[in-house]
Ligand binder design. Structure first.
Ligand SMILES: [Zn+2]
Ligand SMILES: [Zn+2]
Length: 273
């Protein structure tokens, strides 16, 4: 059984529940460890359609206090204090400052934006996009992903092939090309060099792509490199906490993994599943 869910959001961004409610649910489910990884407020100009920057900024202190209170509790379900950071074009310094704004236990690095476009914010531009157009977005995404990893700021690389979210068939076709795989392979090799873990996430099952992040082809490459992994639901509410973890464990095990790496304030440990 997977004992830890290390990618969780709360109502402080666009989630539905408080850290306390998420923690109570994790206990009900029998998890022994959870990590809160709320979004970090993005700089101006990087906006989702329903942007939550202002409320997140205003209440970030509450998030930190609530998570710290849970962390300090003597409880069968331990809590880690993390954050999910966006890797954004031209914002290296901003992100670097956000990474040291609090005393985090671990940090997740994510690419949700191509330039100023939040590409996972609705399927509209994807619907009529040609394979050529999509291929160019895939390339830009993985180039940014590589930069994010090489920045050395993060412990875990989130949802590695999030870019497939609204175009999974085209993504598969693109992935068949050797130059596509070479680009992804560069990112995976960088993960290894940086001592980071690759996230394997059940969130994709709940999205239009209807498959885990990452897909089997990337799982194989990561396995061949001997990468460590982090398992997560990316839940934004109590219902999705540890969602599909039985299937997620089977999926990860089918590629040979049987433990996930935990990052806790510079220390790493392995938790079997
Ligand atoms: Zn994310
Ligand atoms: Zn997330």
């Amino acid at each position: 059984m997977i004992q830890a869910d290390l990618h969780l959001h709360t109502l402080y961004s666009h989630g539905a529940n408080t850290p306390f409610e998420m923690h109570a649910r994790a206990k009900e489910l029998g998890l022994s460890l959870i990590g809160f990884s709320e979004h970090s407020p993005r700089p101006e100009g990087f906006n989702y359609k329903r942007e939550y920057r202002d409320q997140l900024r205003a209440r970030l202190g509450d998030y930190v206090r609530e998570v710290q209170a849970l962390k300090n509790k003597d409880d069968p379900c331990r809590v880690l204090f993390g954050m999910e950071m966006d890797w954004l074009a031209g914002q290296r310094e901003f992100t670097g400052r956000s990474c040291v704004a609090y005393d985090f236990d671990y940090l997740i690095g994510s690419v949700h934006f191509i330039d100023r476009w939040g590409f996972d914010d609705g399927d509209e531009p994807w619907r009529d996009a040609s394979l050529e157009q999509c291929a160019s977005w895939y390339r830009q995404y993985f180039e940014s992903w590589l930069e994010m990893i090489n920045s050395g700021l993060f412990n875990i690389a989130a949802h590695p092939d999030l870019i497939k979210i609204f175009s999974v068939d085209k993504f598969r076709a693109w992935l068949d090309k050797s130059e596509s795989r070479e680009l992804i392979y560069k990112g995976l090799r960088a993960l290894k060099e940086q001592g980071m873990a690759m996230e394997i996430s059940s969130a994709g099952l709940r999205k239009a792509c209807r498959e885990f992040y990452p897909c089997p082809a990337i799982m194989e490459m990561a396995r061949d490199l001997g990468l460590s992994v982090s398992l997560a639901s990316d839940a934004h509410n109590v219902k999705d906490l540890a969602a599909n973890f039985v299937e997620l464990a089977e999926y990860a095990r089918s590629f040979g993994w049987s433990e996930q790496t935990i990052f806790d304030h510079g220390r790493t440990s392995a938790l079997p599943f």
